[in-house]
Each structure stands twice: as structure tokens, then as C-alpha cells.
Design a protein around this ligand. Structure first.
Ligand code: ZN
Length: 304
């Protein structure tokens, strides 16, 4: 059943308050990618065990595969059945129309990223689209997230080292962040401080001094994308500085694939893949989510 507008507004208002609380109390929401029911179950089980509030998120690929309203309903069913504190984020929404549909479907968090569809989108185009989504989000009170340029990479495993000299050219700056936020009115700024989408042969390095300088000049929430394969100490420091949302995808997908490959190899005669996923794979994904919850300091922060 689709949520009514008053129900959506209530959820969005609670989500906004909880983001403020997270920053004050120095913890962050893990925003965990939802690929299917197995990944959702893994996130919910980790959330229950750790008593941690969580976000699940989908990008356009999952929206096309599962459907916006199916996603909202699946999450709401788990929320009701297990009594967890859980919100939904539309991640890297590639167009204003797609973002508007996410708002109408009752997602509490909307990340508008037109550079996903056009990597060379100008900052002016990004600002104009972001402003349109911020305005439309007043319908429900959904929180809007954005950033002024394309944030590269995907959820895959990359074999190349990270060229930090190249990456540094795309880092956020305190002035740039402030200007972008002032012009768009966003609720959450997706900072680029060394965080990268995907898994690499070397661990990621975050520039926490830069994060502090950005935090000092802006008032809105800060998120970090590309959290996989980042040493946990960076997150423990980042939440102290004031990051409120950290996205995780690749580490979960990697755990899913490696656990599935192993269990299929170990059980060549089992025809129920779903049974094997329930038995072996969900726990592997859950372990990843639990370790991130520890790093994000969101353990025991659940309110229902
Ligand atoms: Zn991202």
C-alpha cells in the first residue's frame, strides 16, 4: 500500500530530526545499498542486533529492477515486522523527474546527481536541477543531497592503484561547498575528501583536515560516498568531526559474491539457491554491515 502524504511527511520530519541528533551525538547513519531482499534482510538483521538506525539506498539500476513502490513497501514491511528504525535514500538519482518520483513514493532522502547521466554537466546545470528538486521536496519534507560535480567510479573491484594527485583535483573545497549550499538550499552536502566509489588494491585515505575546514564553514549535514575499503579509524574520526551519513555498497556486493561462489561450489547438488543464500550469504553481508555500524558509532542509537 502506498504511503499517504501525511504519513510520508511524518517519516521525513523524524528523519530530519534524527540527522540533527546524529551530528550532535557524533554518529552517522550507514546508508547501505539494497540489491534485493537478501541484502535488505542482512541490513535489517544487523540493525536489530546492533540496535542501530539505518538507511537503505537504491540507485536508478535497482529502481528499474525492483520498482520504487516495491522498494518502499519492502522496507516498510520489514520495518513493521522487525521494529527497526529504517529510512530509504534514492541514491545518485540521474534526473529531476526521477528524483521527483522518489519524493512522491515517500523516500525520506533524495540524492540528486544529474552528472550521473552527463559526467560533464556544468556546475550551473547541477545547481539549477538541484534547486528544482529542493523546491519539489517541500511536498513531503524529504531531505535533499547533492554535490557540485561528478563523483566517479562504480561499485566494482578496480585493479589500478588510486592516483591521489588526480583525485585531489576533484576534492571539495570549503568555499566551493558553502557557495553550492547557499545557492541550492540542500540539506546534505556529499563531500569529496578522498572517498571513492568502488574497491581498490590499496586502502583509501581521507583528508580529515579538509573535512574539518568544510564542517566549520557550512551548516548543513555532510555525507561521504564511496565508503567501502576505507580503514575504520577514518570513519570514527569523521563522525566526531560531524559526518552524518556514510554510503556503503561495494563491500557488501563483494561479500555477497564471494559467499555465493563458495556456497555454490560447496553444494553442487542443491537446486534451491535461495536456501543457500539464506543459509550462508546473508550472514556474510550482515557481518559487513555490522562492522560498519561499529565504525559509524551508530550502535545502540536506534529509536522506534
Ligand atoms: Zn555514491
Amino acid at each position: 500500500m502506498p504511503l499517504t502524504i501525511p504519513e510520508i511527511r511524518k517519516n521525513c520530519s523524524i528523519a530530519r530530526l534524527r540527522m540533527i541528533q546524529a551530528r550532535k551525538e557524533h554518529w552517522a547513519f550507514g546508508a547501505f545499498n539494497l540489491d534485493d531482499e537478501a541484502t535488505l534482510r542482512a541490513v535489517v538483521q544487523a540493525s536489530l542486533k546492533k540496535k542501530a538506525p539505518v538507511l537503505v539506498e537504491v540507485s536508478q539500476g535497482e529502481v528499474d529492477d525492483i520498482g520504487l513502490y516495491n522498494i518502499r513497501d519492502m522496507v516498510d514491511n520489514f520495518k513493521r515486522e522487525y521494529g527497526v528504525e529504517i529510512y530509504v535514500n534514492l541514491d545518485h538519482s540521474p534526473s529531476v523527474d526521477a528524483a521527483k518520483r522518489g519524493i512522491e513514493a515517500g523516500f525520506e532522502f533524495i540524492h540528486i546527481d544529474i552528472s550521473m547521466a552527463n559526467h560533464n554537466a556544468s556546475e550551473e546545470d547541477i545547481i539549477a536541477s538541484t534547486k528544482e528538486v529542493v523546491n519539489y521536496a517541500k511536498l513531503t519534507g524529504a531531505s535533499v543531497e547533492s554535490e557540485p560535480h561528478y563523483f566517479s567510479g562504480g561499485s566494482n573491484v578496480y585493479n589500478t592503484d588510486i592516483d591521489y594527485e588526480e583525485i585531489k583535483k576533484t576534492f571539495s573545497t570549503p568555499d566551493g561547498a558553502k557557495r553550492f549550499i547557499d545557492r541550492t538550499g540542500i540539506d546534505t552536502f556529499a563531500a569529496a575528501i578522498g572517498n571513492l566509489h568502488g574497491k581498490y588494491p590499496v586502502p583509501k585515505i581521507l583528508d580529515l583536515d579538509l573535512l574539518k575546514r568544510i564542517r566549520e564553514v557550512i551548516t548543513c549535514n555532510i555525507s561521504l560516498h564511496g565508503g567501502s575499503d576505507t580503514p575504520g579509524h577514518y570513519f570514527r574520526e569523521a563522525v566526531k568531526i560531524g559526518v552524518s551519513k556514510i554510503n556503503i555498497n561495494s563491500d557488501m556486493r563483494y561479500a555477497y559474491r564471494t559467499a555465493l561462489e563458495k556456497v555454490l561450489k560447496d553444494n553442487p547438488n542443491e537446486t534451491s539457491v535461495a536456501k543457500l543464500v539464506t543459509k550462508e550469504v546473508i550472514s556474510a553481508i550482515q557481518a559487513v554491515v555490522e562492522s560498519k555500524i561499529d565504525d559509524f558509532n551508530s550502535i545502540n542509537k536506534m529509536v522506534t
